[in-house]
Design a protein around this ligand. Structure first.
Ligand code: FES
Length: 209
């Protein structure tokens, strides 16, 4: 299957990232740090965020890991998720929202449980990533969160994708169906194509020398 690159989904403003051009609502009150007495935060979420805060001299440096914690808890960076992180970090929700809206891997709307990020950057693109992306979207339907991403840093296995954080490649269009089937069955996804299972060059050399 070949695909017109213009078919890759873009929002009306031309970006693949939603919401960046939405203006602030100046009719609202300024956001304040959530009141700990009225903002319930699950104990394990609080503990996980505080563990991240303890790693940095400036606690704002823990904004990204804290957002990752609440996204993992809620499935996306919902207003409640942001409130909880802001409450623990003693920051305003607006501060954390600004971070969440900047980075691609934070989801700003509810999404399916599983994530497939197809790399469509240059190395992967030259090896058919646009076809992989289009096929993945077609076979996944609404069951899997399929997104196009810029270089995921694994160009040596291009064309590749991140499936729930697991890097797999080189991919063929046929692999897309297998990925969805594996996810639905709760199986390991494409075990033979997982980057983490590839032998390092030094180990390969030792075994074959
Ligand atoms: S271009 Fe796809 S991983 Fe680098």
């Amino acid at each position: 299957m070949s695909i017109d690159p213009l078919q890759v989904k873009r929002y009306a403003h031309g970006s693949r990232v939603p919401g960046w051009d939405e203006s602030n609502d100046l009719s609202k009150d300024p956001s304040v740090v959530p009141d700990a007495a009225t903002t319930p935060v699950p104990a394990h979420v609080r503990t996980a965020i505080e563990a991240q805060m303890a790693k940095y001299p400036d606690i704002r440096s823990a904004a990204i890991p804290a957002l990752k914690v609440v996204q993992g808890e809620h499935g996306w960076c919902s207003p409640t998720a942001i409130e909880q992180a802001a409450c623990v970090m003693r920051l305003t929700p607006a501060y954390l929202t600004a971070v969440a809206t900047f980075y691609d891997m934070f989801e700003l709307a509810p999404k399916p449980e599983h994530d497939v990020y197809v790399c469509t950057n240059i190395s992967c693109s030259l090896l058919g990533a646009d076809d992989i992306y289009a096929t993945m979207k077609a076979v996944a339907g609404v069951k899997v969160n399929v997104r196009a991403f810029e270089c995921l840093g694994a160009c040596d296995i291009a064309p590749m994708a991140s499936v729930n954080g697991q890097y797999v490649g080189p991919l063929t269009a046929e692999d897309c169906t297998t990925i969805v089937e594996d996810l639905e069955a709760g199986r390991e996804v494409l075990p033979d194509k997982q980057l983490r299972r590839r032998k390092a060059a030094s180990i390969h050399w030792q075994e074959n020398s």
